[in-house]
Every structure is written in structure tokens, then in C-alpha cells.
Design a protein around this ligand. Structure first.
Ligand code: NAD
Ligand code: MG
Length: 389
């Protein structure tokens, strides 16, 4: 039986890895929607070769270009935010949520409302609106599967286990591009330097977030939301080789570690074939050749984002949406040259401290999350301008 699949963020790093797996077995899938943003040629090419029903670009100004690229193929073209959400509402059995940023939230909610299995790479959805995502999945009997490598690893280590036996969850971090830099040098870090990840090949934004550990900060919150564990049960461990993705510690003292190559096709493939395991085109590790795995404790002076994540979990409510929006805006500031690398965390902290508690304590609806997202981006832009002035 063929499965109806949609891929949101199809032109990105996770999207392309997902397409790589699906294209190896085209008869097993019926592709419903592919979405992208500016890379129209790639979006159209993949939509045609996979025989998608519709291709959607987030960028309305690209609608004509997309139509032109799809001409004669039978693939429908659509553009803009409402078209993205509409794509999420098209019935599908399995949906990959791999848009980067809070923009991934609304289509994901819609896919869950259709009862689709949602493979969630877009961690920002859980950070901004964890309770809403989980409640929506529950209300529509939809399955939510983690795709972030650490969370897929934890999910796999928990198969057959009882959550009440879990003492702690340890997620690993490579330490990113600046793991071994002197802290004083971080103020002069360039975008090119921050965009070079030692082990993983990913989109530019998550790569820079790995260097600042804002990515790990999002993942701590993602762990808290997805697995329902208390903040003090979540640990971060620097592991430069990126071969152990996560460990679960049980009350009898056992640690179950998930070991694998740094290739996202493993976590994507696990979510695609769950609850079975199928053969995947990833490297098999030769541990004798690798020889040694190393670990160190994370340094919160180097990576203040880790401390901020704990403050967000303590505060609760919509503070995750504030944190993510401020982080996305600060990252834009760094990429655009308006902020130094360490100033990103300073801007996020200012926005977290200055947000009106009334916004944070508002009920978690999609509308309220989007309002708080908007307000926090404005506040972050103001903080960036004030630093420049
Ligand atoms: P990417 O930048 O390579 O791709 C992002 C995708 O989102 C592209 O298809 C782009 O067209 C689309 N997009 C960008 N802005 C958009 C907008 N405003 N509206 C709609 N679509 C938009 O990113 P990526 O590295 O593939 O990451 C995607 C998500 O997966 C992120 O949430 C990231 O944190 C998560 N993730 C990625 C990896 C990885 O290995 N790349 C690992 C774990 C988790
Ligand atoms: Mg990860």
C-alpha cells in the first residue's frame, strides 16, 4: 500500500535528506505536498520527479516563477503563508515538518489536525508551543515522532521502557565551531567561521546555533516538552565526536546510549519506517578504527544559551515563544552584521527579561503564540538598534 507523504521545508537540508530516502523507493509513496521558500528550481524539480500534487513556496513574489518551472507537469503551484497552511491541511499519512523557525508551526498544527503522523524536525514548534502541539496530536489521534538526532536517540532508547524508571536524559553536543576557541576571541567571530560545523552538514541557521549552543538550548526545552521530564533531569554533555547522540539514565544506574554516524538519514528513516526498522543508506561505524570517544562538561560562560533555556523552562507559559523569536531575530542580526556573536545571547536575555508577564501567561493558542512571536521579534530588533546607537 502506498503512503501519502508531504514534506514541509523540502528544499532544505532535512527536506533533501528525506527526499533522498523517499526517492529510493518511489512506488511506496504518493507525494502530496512539497514546500520551500526561495529555491524555486529545486522545489519544482523535486515536485516533478516525485509527482507531487502541489508545490508551495512561502514567497508570494515567486508564484509566477514556480508556475513557469512547473508548466506542463501537472503539479499545482501555490504561494504564501495561507497556501503553506493549506498544504498542511491536505490529507496525508506521514508529514515531515522541516521548515526552519517558528514559520513551521502553523502547517504542523494543521497536519496534526488531519490525524497525520508528524515527523518533527522543526524543534521550534515544540519550543514555542509544546503543550499546543501535544494536545492537538492527542485530540486528533495523530502520532508525533521526533527527528532531531538526540530526541530520536532518546525515543529509541525508551522503546519498551517505563518513563517512571527514567532518572535522567543526557543529550550530547559537539560544541560547534567555537568549542576550543578562547572565549575572548568570540567577539570577533565571523559568519563564515560560525557556519563551519565540525561534524554535521546542516542548514546555515542551525549550524550557527550549534556554535552558540542556542540549538542545544532549544533541544533542552524540546526534551522537556516531548518527553515530559523535569528540567533538572536533563543534562547536556559535550561530546566532540558526535557519535553518541543521547543517553537515557534509568533508576537502576544503567545508561542506554544511542550510537551512530552523524547522518540525519538515520533519524529521518527511523521516523519514516517506525515502528519497524528498515535498511538505511548510512555508514556503519567501525569502533575499533574510531578508537576513543571523549566527553566534557559544558561551560555556561562560553554558552550562556544553556542557562537561558533553564530560565525559560522555569518561567513556562509562552516564554519559549519569546525565547525562540528573540533568538531568530538575534541570529538575523548576526548574519546581517548588526550583532557580534556573543551579543546574540545578550539580546535574547534582554527580551526575556523585559517581556510583559501578561503575554507570557496568556493561554497557549496558535494566535497567542503568533502574537508573542511578533512582539518578541520587535523587542529584539529594538534591542539590536539600541546597541548599534
Ligand atoms: P534549512 O535552512 O536547510 O532548510 C529550511 C527549509 O525551510 C527550506 O526548505 C526553506 O525553503 C524553508 N523555509 C525557510 N524559511 C521559511 C519560511 N519563512 N516559511 C516557509 N518555509 C521556509 O534548514 P534545516 O537545517 O533543514 O533545518 C530544518 C529544521 O530541522 C529546523 O527546525 C532545524 O532546527 C531542524 N533540524 C535540522 C537538522 C539538520 O541536520 N539540518 C538536524 C536536526 C534538526
Ligand atoms: Mg539535534
Amino acid at each position: 500500500m502506498t503512503r501519502r507523504v508531504s514534506i514541509f521545508g523540502a528544499t532544505g537540508s532535512i527536506g533533501q535528506n528525506t527526499i533522498d530516502l523517499i526517492a529510493r523507493n518511489p512506488d511506496a509513496y504518493d507525494v502530496v505536498a512539497l514546500t520551500g521558500a526561495s529555491n524555486i528550481d529545486l522545489l519544482a524539480r523535486d515536485a516533478i520527479r516525485l509527482g507531487a500534487d502541489v508545490a508551495v513556496t512561502a514567497d508570494e513574489t515567486q508564484l509566477d516563477a514556480l508556475r513557469e518551472a512547473l508548466r506542463g507537469s501537472g503539479v499545482e503551484a501555490a504561494a504564501g503563508q495561507s497556501a503553506m497552511t493549506e498544504a498542511g491541511c491536505r490529507p496525508a499519512d506521514w508529514v515531515m515538518s522541516a521548515i526552519v523557525g517558528a514559520a513551521g508551526l502553523a502547517p504542523s498544527i494543521c497536519a496534526l489536525q488531519q490525524g497525520a503522523t508528524l515527523a518533527l524536525a522543526n524543534k521550534e514548534s515544540l519550543v514555542c508551543a509544546g503543550a499546543l502541539i501535544l494536545e492537538t496530536a492527542k485530540a486528533h489521534d495523530a502520532r508525533l515522532l521526533p527527528v532531531d538526532s538526540e530526541h530520536s536517540a532518546v525515543f529509541q532508547a525508551l522503546v519498551g521502557e517505563d518513563m517512571s524508571a527514567v532518572e535522567r536524559i543526557i543529550i550530547t553536543a559537539s560544541g560547534g565551531a567555537f568549542r576550543d576557541w578562547p572565549i575572548e576571541k568570540l567577539a570577533s567571530a565571523t559568519i563564515a567561521e560560525a557556519s563551519a560545523h565540525p561534524n554535521w552538514d546542516m542548514g546555515q541557521r542551525i549550524t550557527i546555533d550549534s556554535a552558540s549552543m542556542f540549538n542545544k538550548a532549544l533541544e533542552i526545552i524540546e526534551t522537556h516538552e516531548y518527553f515530559g521530564v523535569a528540567p533538572d533531569q536533563i543534562e547536556v554533555l559535550v561530546h566532540p565526536e558526535s557519535l553518541i547522540h543521547a543517553m537515557v539514565g534509568f533508576r537502576d544506574g544503567a545508561l542506554m546510549a544511542h550510537v551512530g554516524p552523524p547522518d540525519m538519514r538515520h533519524a529521518i528513516g527511523y521516523a519514516l519506517h517506525w515502528p519497524t526498522r528498515q535498511s538505511l543508506p548510512v555508514a556503519r561505524l567501525d569502533l575499533a578504527e574510531i578508537g576513543a570517544l571523549t566527553f566534557r562538561a559544558p561551560d555556561e560562560d562560553r554558552w550562556p544559551a544553556l542557562r537561558l533555556a533553564r530560565e525559560v523552562m522555569e518561567r513556562g507559559g509562552l516564554s519559549g515563544a519569546v525565547f525562540n523569536a528573540a533568538k531568530e531575530t538575534a541570529l538575523d542580526g548576526f548574519i546581517g552584521g548588526a550583532l557580534s556573536f556573543p551579543a546574540m545571547a545578550e539580546v535574547v536575555e534582554i527580551v526575556l527579561n523585559e517581556t510583559d508577564p501578561g503575554h507570557i501567561d496568556a493561554p497557549m493558542t496558535l494566535d497567542n503564540v503568533m502574537v508573542v512571536d511578533h512582539i518578541s521579534r520587535q523587542a529584539a530588533r529594538k534591542a539590536i538598534e539600541q546597541r548599534a546607537g
